[in-house]
Design a protein around this ligand. Structure first.
Ligand code: UD1
Ligand code: CA
Length: 494
């Protein structure tokens, strides 16, 4: 038999101390928003729960209020199955849960309530909380943590027998209660009927005049109901986020957590403190991440690839044993054994095939660089297809924009294009063709042909001495002419 479970996530608060036009729960933290992390923990916990088919109860209720439209739009993107419930006025966490359950009269069995601003909470902990609750047959089980600094948090008041008696918020606590270092994390599991009944009895008799979810605990205890508590093994899971300084602290903790996992999985990180890997990124064994590197979004790094230093990759796939040095890339695919950088900029739609090279001060966009092809120096490659084993000369521009529309350039395989070329698109250069240095290529170059387009050089003898007399250049020219004359006289004398 499976229990019916409902997840409620509280995300209606403003987060005043963030001083932001973005609702607090939408602030990003290594690849997900705060809310995204909490949703993910809830979803993963449901998937892992014993006796529960994966994907069961995929219907979390998310209480929204401040910035409701923004939060709803975000939910539609990251968790379309979630149901947003509007809490028009933020009258406290107890009120928020009441509003959620009123919108879900069918919710019976187990109700999991998670504050939306505790992003370091692990899925495993949520699952353990649910399982211990159901195994103990408790009406409420809350997650607590022993922390060094409990400032601002609800304290757990225990009875002489060690059982939880109530939760007291800091602003309502006396000095003895403030000294308690066991705090309320903001993650709870309840039996639905008991929770509904207790929520109906909440008062607003507290410093903030709000309906506190935390008061449900004392109400249930007073009725002689069974209330249990689980202490988190890792107190960092309890850390909330109320301002940007706390957000930065959480980010550093999550970075360490993510990096530790990857290092244990066989990734080398030369400086984990300056390596920022989103939770959505994957890294292959023996990958090496050099200092000052950010790997974001859907980035995936293959086995044995070397990335960094000073590199940012956003939604980039890096093939096995590729090297990517001092590079900024977004929406790109870097093939196996390819080489990128130093100082490269790969934009959306850049695809480097196996063993391709994009070198120093090169920008690419919507460009396919064929297998073994090279763009080594100082070039812009936009809207182009470059065939395999072709070499593009230094300082080449693929002129893709006529001021109105973009056009493509196609270069065949095994071509050798000269330095300082302009390929004015749309234009095609055939397989095995060459182009001369300094050419502006406006017409197709057939396979095997040499494309040349530049003025003939002509030298006007003595121009500098006549037109720029008295300059250092004229002096240098004079000396060179004298030396040449002397040399000629000596040669004659021998
Ligand atoms: C809450 C707990 C406190 C606990 C702490 C852990 C209460 C009364 N206190 O305090 O015991 O130690 O979390 O971080 O619950 N929210 C709504 N609607 C509201 C009010 C809040 O949806 O009307 C949401 C907020 O967006 C937030 C969460 O509930 O995600 C917690 O609210 P917050 O105001 O941050 O509570 P704390 O003061 O941190
Ligand atoms: Ca909070």
């Amino acid at each position: 038999m499976t229990n019916h479970r409902t997840v409620v996530i509280l995300a209606a608060g403003e987060g005043k101390r963030m001083k932001s036009s973005l609702p607090k729960v939408l602030h990003p933290l290594l690849g997900r928003t705060l809310l995204g992390h909490v949703l993910d923990a809830a979803e993963q916990a449901a998937g892992q729960a014993a006796g529960q088919a994966a994907g069961a109860d995929q219907h979390p209720l998310v209480v929204v209020g401040h910035g409701a439209d923004q939060v709803r739009a975000h939910l539609a993107e990251i968790a379309p199955a979630a149901q947003a419930v509007v809490q028009a006025e933020q009258r406290g966490t107890g009120h928020a849960v009441r509003v959620a359950l009123e919108a879900a009269p069918e919710a019976t069995g187990t109700v999991v309530v998670l504050n939306g601003d505790i992003p370091l909470l692990r899925a495993h902990t949520v699952r353990t909380l649910v399982e211990s609750h159901e195994a103990a047959g408790a009406v409420a089980t809350l997650l607590t943590a022993e922390v060094a600094d409990p400032t601002g948090l609800g304290r757990i008041v225990r009875a002489a027998d060690g059982g939880v008696e109530r939760i007291v918020e800091e602003r309502d606590a006396g000095p003895a209660e403030r000294a308690i270092r066991e705090i309320n994390v903001g993650a709870y599991v309840f039996e639905a009927a008991a929770l509904r009944a207790a929520l109906g009895k909440l008062s607003t008799d507290n410093d903030q005049g709000e309906e506190y979810l935390t008061d449900v605990i004392a109400l249930l205890v007073a009725e002689g109901q069974r209330v249990a508590a689980l202490r988190a093994g890792d107190p960092t899971e309890a850390l909330g986020c109320n301002d940007r300084a706390e957000l930065a602290a959480l980010r550093a903790l999550l970075r360490d957590r993510v990096n530790l996992e990857w290092m244990r999985a066989g990734v080398t990180m030369l400086d984990p403190a300056t390596t920022w890997v989103d939770v959505t990124v994957t890294l292959g064994r023996d990958a090496v991440i050099e200092p000052n590197t950010q790997l974001r979004g859907a980035t995936a790094v293959g086995e044995g690839a070397v990335v960094g230093p000073d590199t940012t990759l956003i939604d980039v796939r890096v093939g096995e044993r590729a090297t990517v040095v001092r590079t900024h890339a977004t929406g790109a695919e870097i093939g196996p054994h390819a080489q990128v950088g130093p100082f490269a900029y790969l934009r959306a739609g850049s695809v480097l095939r196996r063993e391709a090279k994009v070198g120093t001060f090169v920008e690419t966009k919507a460009a396919e660089i064929g297998e073994g092809a090279k763009v080594p120096h100082l070039s812009y490659v936009g809207d182009a297809t470059i065939g395999e084993h072709t070499n593009i000369g230094a300082a080449t521009v693929f002129v893709n924009y006529d001021g109105v529309r973009k056009h493509r350039t196609t270069i065949g395989s095994h071509a050798r294009t000269g330095a300082d070329n302009m390929f004015v698109a749309p234009v095609e250069v055939g397989d095995g063709a060459y182009t001369a240095a300094g050419s502006v290529i406006v017409k197709d170059v057939p396979p095997g042909a040499l494309g040349v387009s530049r003025g003939q050089q002509r030298n006007i003898e003595g121009w500098v001495e006549r037109k720029r007399p008295g300059t250092a250049a004229a002096e240098a020219a004079r000396r060179a002419a004298d030396q040449a004359a002397e040399q000629a006289a000596d040669d004659d004398g021998e």
